[in-house]
Design a protein around this ligand. Sequence first.
Ligand code: UGY
Ligand code: MN
Length: 246
Amino acid sequence: MEISALTRSVVKRNHAVIAPDGYINSNVPGWTNCTVNVIINEQMGARLCQTIITLRADGQLFGKTQASQIFFYVVEGQCQVTIDGAERTLATGQFVYVPIGQEYLFKNPAEGTQLLTFHKVYEPLEGHPTPGVVFGEKDDSKAPVYMNDPALRIQELLPNELAFDMAVNIFTYDLGGHLPMVETHIMEHGLLYLQGQAVYMLDQQWYPVKKGDSIWMAPYCQQWATTMGKEPSVYIYYKNVNRFPT
Ligand code: UGY
Ligand code: MN
């Protein structure tokens, strides 16, 4: 039997590793017949919010974005989305970006559908109209090699335009892949491992991680990662971008 007093999860000043074993559900108004786990939030010092939602067959998410834009990604399963007058089915690997001031409705999910969300307070930029709704999907053929290393690929899911103040990317590390340097940067990250295993270095501490784990990296949290195991490791991550450093 596993010892319930142990976990791989840690929450530190400038980073966190959150494994699913410690999840406690939150009630979110308008999000019904589902479990919501708030993984990253301003309560831990972050400036983004990351949640993982697991929907029952009668689950529904209804709301209108306020100050924060929300990116929804289907980790597993499928569900119908109504937004801006259009109805679509989103399946595993597909996403919708919901800008501020926009109503949304997710309904008729397959039992157990899992959604990942990233929320960020939108910072407008003069001369660049607020983005509209964006649909898209994970597509490895659209993932260029990262920093000349054929073992690393990054797909950018959102348009690389100044109107967007957040990026969401999918980072694939083939066997033998590792970050080419220790990154030290102003941008913040939230991430979810979609596949495989890895070792992540955060602020000079080393963590074994795997599919289902989330990580928060505050600005200037030093970071490095290498894949581990028998299959590529893949994570989806948030990054704040395109605004003046105050
Ligand atoms: O975009 C990034 O900063 C990315 N290379 N960082 C990371 O994956 N930890
Ligand atoms: Mn980084």
